[in-house]
Design a protein around this ligand. Sequence first.
Ligand SMILES: [Zn+2]
Length: 356
Amino acid sequence: MSKFRSGVLYGQELMDLYADAKENGYALPGVNAVGTSSVNGILEAAAKVQSPVIVQLSFGGGHFYAGKSLSNDNMQAAAAGCISAALHVHQVAELYGVPVVLHTDHCSLENIVWIDHLLDFQEDYYAKNGKPLFSSHMLDLSEETLEENVEICERYLTRMSKIEVGLEIELGITGGEEDGVDNSNVDISKLYTHPTEVYYAYEKLSKISKNLSIAAAFGNVHGVYRPGNVKLSVGILENSQHYVEEQIGAPGTKPVSFVFHGGSGSSPEDIAKSIDYGVIKMNLDTDMQWAFNCGVRDYYTKYKDYVAEQIGNPDGDDLPNKKYYDPRKVLRAGEEYFVKRLERSFADLNCIGRNK
Ligand SMILES: [Zn+2]
């Protein structure tokens, strides 16, 4: 018997999954997908380790999924790509036997029409199917003031909770660069969230819905860099969790579900500690991009004499090379490395066999 249902989890199921993660000390990898190769790779890895997984799409990833040539003026392409990816996941997740959390990544105020499109679509979808398409969305309004951030999130969470969709918010700023958003030069104090800010947001938003998670900044950075000025301070998560517990009078209950952004390149010790303090999701993008790249790179290195010309290779001048340059061969090489790398992340996150 599996612990969770195969397919896309939502509403109470999602909250149950995160509660199980906190209780048993593991976190789920939140992996960015940009096409069917990455979606299928994520599901393949999750099936291998028999654990649930989070498939997420960024604004740029959604646009790419729909097709780079499409205009994204009204953010309709980013939304259409996300819907297309979501429908793909709904169609195949059960075949893989994997419980999936379907999520969208950072959405700034500038891009909020993207989420509006996704919610418009899902309100219709929910009316027809009795379930949403996505498990949750992220709003990253960390560039606004704390009050504005939370106020806008209150409005969106109210709307989302009616169709059983959860919300991930951001407090403080994740450093580095991802998906065209560059926070490399941001004021260093913004990279560390204060416990009172976490409580302020938690208190207001959890009144609306408990289907809520918080990406609090603790010196974490998107991308992989040589060790620099920014220091990871997982103690911020511990202090914030304890502060909220005290305020609501519920010691030891880990009421806050934290999300760890910029997980690529983090030490296993920091990951383990952050899970201890209530991290239930760690985002992975950069390391997965690298893995896919290495798979394709090594394929082309290995078969360089078989992909240089359509006809003719070291085995014979007249031999066709079709079976070497078939894009499926190239993409599959990327997928295989991607799957292997993701299995390692499942292990780092203590997330092996969590659906048994
Ligand atoms: Zn992030």
